[in-house]
Design a protein around this ligand. Sequence first.
Ligand code: UDP
Ligand code: MG
Length: 314
Amino acid sequence: MKKKISIVVSVYNEQEVLNLFVNAFEKIKNKIQWDYELIFVNDGSSDNSLSILKELSDKYPYIKLISFTKNFGHEAAMIAGIDNATGDGIICMDADLQHPVECIPQIISEFDKGIDVVNMIRTENKSAGLSKKITTFLFYRVVNILSANDSFKENASDFIAISKRAADVLRKNYRDKVRFLRGYVQNMGFPSTTITYVAPERAAGKSHYSLIKLWHYSTNVIVGFSDFPLKVGGYAGIASALIGVLVIIDALLTYKKAPSGYATIIVVLCFMFAVLFVIIGIIGKYLAVLFYESKDRPIYILDEKIGFNGEEND
Ligand code: UDP
Ligand code: MG
């Protein structure tokens, strides 16, 4: 039987680009070696995205639609798409054409070779400014240093392709509430490869990621893959105890001169409190992640599902 590829596209307020995306897909669909389905996941858009997607799913029989009750975030949308995909391989991509649909046939030929995970690496991101480039660079440096057992590819994007068996692992075992999907996929240990692509400018509309969002995202990733920050408190304690011993010795040796020492006290006090609060903040961050995981609330809630006709993925 001919294999099937599921293409999962997350959509949040993308009314300007949806038709462009489907037009681009229509142009390359004859080059796709397998059967295909296009699963759009509407992540609680407040513009006309949902009605446009409904029209598109009426017009094209290969288009399926999942719609959330509210905005649950890009990764939740990818997970919902993966959960509902019926294909032998799954490709997650953005709706704004920053992930070129022209790469699809190349990805499928990797699946045909028995590869389970295809990491799509951006060689150039035309719409990223200098600040985004620097923060991305620092993010990968820090995460790779802190996470001992896992490693992350720089410039890997949310453009990922996984086989059915890799998807099954995600469906069953990676249900974290605070998560880093592409990090999981890269570290599963299945045969994997990379394909490079150039990310063009967004076709229309604007990016949904602010620096603040990226900060939350990055710290969640670090907490998800490393316990090193939790140990910083211990190291800081040892270091300040050693410094304390030196200060005590110094105070004992020089006590007769009775220095005023006001500035020293203020500086030491401010520094120590700063260290203490940072450590409390780090512990708070881990606690917050534990808090979300222990509540075990759903990653997403479906409002509508169109075009699936009772097909199941297993
Ligand atoms: N997206 C989503 N939910 C969100 C934010 C974004 O599904 O809460 C989708 C968005 O519609 C797009 C993809 O995720 O298809 C990537 O978002 P965007 O292009 O804004 O990010 P950037 O490319 O600037 O990193
Ligand atoms: Mg984009």
